[in-house]
Design a binder for this molecule. Structure first.
Ligand code: DAH
Length: 345
């Protein structure tokens, strides 16, 4: 009997040693120590033995069981430790690896120009105003001294939605809104950056483009104020050496009206391909607010006067950053847009 117990024990220990994971180990445990296990079964045979042999038999079987149990426990520990180590290994983070690149957006050149202009004019006490892009004929034209049928309307090919509504062709529309909306009929100092729309589309014109408008109305506003303000504006945007040239022009909402050129900042006025060898670049429309505009919008032209100007932001951004095709500004090509971050560094 003793040999039998020893043999079972030896087999059990052997099988335990040959397992390779917790599952196999459990199978061996069931095989020897389970309800129908071999060591359990042999213990049941005790009843068949003569009384005096039972205690020593019992203790032999129990010893064998204990040995097998402790071997199982030992192996179990080993497998659990191995499992934890494997998990730790698989979760290991290599802190010395280079970090993955974070792609950062960059400011659009138009927004750069708009923000620069806003900062400058806010520092001079101006308000930054907005108006609707879907505008009425009344504000886009009529209240700016351009009645229906006025020939000057032909200068701006318009997108009409109804006979009375259009996509605004100029931020000047907001001039009339501000004048009308000012209940006290007091002084005004505003700039209006925003989108405008016309039916044109080529390398230098886009059907949607951006303008910034300025309107100053107060007592005793004169051409000197307009000139001084434009000088500050253009020198700030294009460099201290920038010269201005005022050419007489016509806009229905100003009298007198001017087209304002700036000296070419590429060649300094000597003449190059950018300024088409003239030394000058046409950049703004400007003038002294027409008395009709003041009157039509509730201001007394005998008390108040004002100046206004409007310029294309796209053109300004193109000159400032050397962009040759206006459409690039609206294509949202990341390779194009990300260049301006580097330029400002
Ligand atoms: N609104 C004009 C345009 O889009 C530009 C302009 C000219 C604005 C003269 C003005 C101004 O405020 O006084 O062509």
């Amino acid at each position: 009997m003793k040999e039998k117990i020893d043999e079972i024990k030896k087999n059990a220990l052997n099988e335990i040693e040959n397992t390779s994971d917790l599952k196999e180990l459990d199978n061996v445990r069931v095989k020897y120590l389970g309800k129908k296990g071999e060591l359990t079964a042999i213990l049941k045979m005790m009843g068949t033995l003569p009384k005096e042999e039972r205690p020593s038999f019992g203790s032999l079987v129990n010893k064998a069981k204990e040995e097998v149990q402790s071997k199982i426990a030992e192996k179990e520990d080993q497998y659990k430790t191995e499992e934890i180590n494997k998990k730790l290994e698989s979760e290991r983070i290599d802190v010395t690896l280079p970090a993955s690149k974070i792609k950062k957006g960059s400011k659009h050149p138009l927004n750069r120009v708009i923000e620069e202009i806003e900062d400058l004019f806010v520092s001079m006490g101006y308000d930054v105003m907005e108006g609707p892009e879907l505008e009425t004929d009344e504000y886009n034209f009529e209240r700016l001294n351009l009645p229906k049928g006025h020939p000057a309307r032909d200068m701006q090919d318009s997108f009409y939605i109804t006979t009375e509504h259009l996509l605004r062709t100029q931020t000047s529309a907001v001039q009339a809104r501000t004048l009308m909306g000012n209940k006290e009929k007091g002084p005004i100092r505003e700039i209006v950056p925003g989108k405008t729309y016309r039916r044109e589309d080529d390398a230098t014109h886009s059907h949607q483009f951006n303008q910034v408008e300025a309107l100053v109305v107060d007592k005793d506003i004169s051409f000197a104020d307009l000139k001084g303000t434009l000088e500050i504006f253009m020198k700030h945007m294009l460099g201290e050496n920038t010269q201005l040239r005022f050419r007489p022009s016509y806009f229905p909402f100003t009298e007198p009206s001017y087209e304002v050129d700036v000296s070419c900042f590429k060649c300094g006025g000597k003449g190059c391909n950018l300024c088409k060898r003239t030394g000058w670049i046409e950049l703004l429309g400007a003038g002294i607010v027409h008395p009709n505009v003041l009157k039509m919008n509730g201001y007394d032209p005998d008390i108040y006067s004002g100046f206004a100007f409007g310029t294309g932001l796209d053109r300004l951004a193109m000159f400032k950053y050397g962009i040759t095709d206006i459409r690039l500004l609206y294509e949202n090509d990341v390779r194009f847009l990300s260049q301006f971050d580097r330029m400002d560094k």
